[in-house]
Write a protein that binds this ligand. Sequence first.
Ligand code: FAD
Length: 318
Amino acid sequence: MKVTEHIAKGNGKTQFSFEILPPLKGQNIQSIFDSIDPLMEFKPPFIDVTYHREEYVYKEMENGLLQKKIVKKRPGTVGICAAIQNKYQVDAIPHILCGGFTKEDTENFLIDLDFLGIDNVMALRGDAVKTETYFTPEKEGHNYALGLVQQIAALNRGEYLDEDIQNQAQTDFCIGVAGYPEKHIEAPNMDSDIHFLKKKLKHGASYIVTQMFFDNEKFFNFVNKCREEGITAPIIPGLKPISTKKQLNLIPHRFFTDLPEELIKEVLKCSNNQEVREVGVEWCVQQSKELIAEKVPFLHYYSMGRSDNIRSIAEQLF
Ligand code: FAD
């Protein structure tokens, strides 16, 4: 079922959903089930599965020279989605990137997803590979998520890259896109970021999931600004409970998200990470309660491979 249909079915009630990461190469599917099982009693209508592009690593050879290797540390997005739909009978939403994909790769990826009975995709540009400063698309790929959205929307109309393809079966994907309550790092300002967000919706996306934020005011301002600009699509807030002291530096660095002074103070008072987890859960519960009061359609939690703190939050809310 499409995310937009789940929202309609929710009848104004805030529902629970979450995102998982494929495990590091070498682990088996059971590690994924172990992180999903504790969350299923809160009845998520869908689960997102992130996509991780290749990375370049340099390996020292016997002669002392460095050899550049391309590795994918977290493969398995499509397989995990199929396994989730099969085991739990809930919708799995694969993330699909511009980065590392030609348009042809994208088309073939979408055909696989369609054959697996996947109804939703989250269309993203992806970040630069770790060894590069700026995002570089594949030669025959998309520069921005907008191009990806347009390609998915075209396939929904039965338009393939090769016009001579016979039959031209239509797909019917519901397309989600990313939004940034604190603006995307590369956007010169919020107005510009929302301008391009609006384009993604105009060209076929149906809902927005936001980057994590720790101050609800930022989310409410973002929603107001989107509505002022004529964006009517559902906006799903993404939340992450802080769980280690290290994240005080890691989260702003990686996600370009501010942490409120009060949260930082509480985390710094903690003498171990168990205490940090409790602070993180409490903060996230308070954020969630306020968002539920504002009738957001879903609360979407970033589990990042651990579900115990998401479970503690869900127990108090759903
Ligand atoms: P875009 O919408 O393409 O925007 C990128 C930047 O370009 C923005 O600053 C925008 O304002 C600007 N822009 C857009 N269109 C144009 C244009 N036509 N001309 C000029 N500027 C333009 N990353 C992963 O690798 N895997 C994942 O699974 C993943 N999941 C995510 C899930 C969510 C909910 C979010 C919020 C992010 C996720 N990311 C993921 C991170 C995401 O890939 C990065 O934030 C990336 O840098 C931007 O992706 P985007 O789709 O927002 O890009």
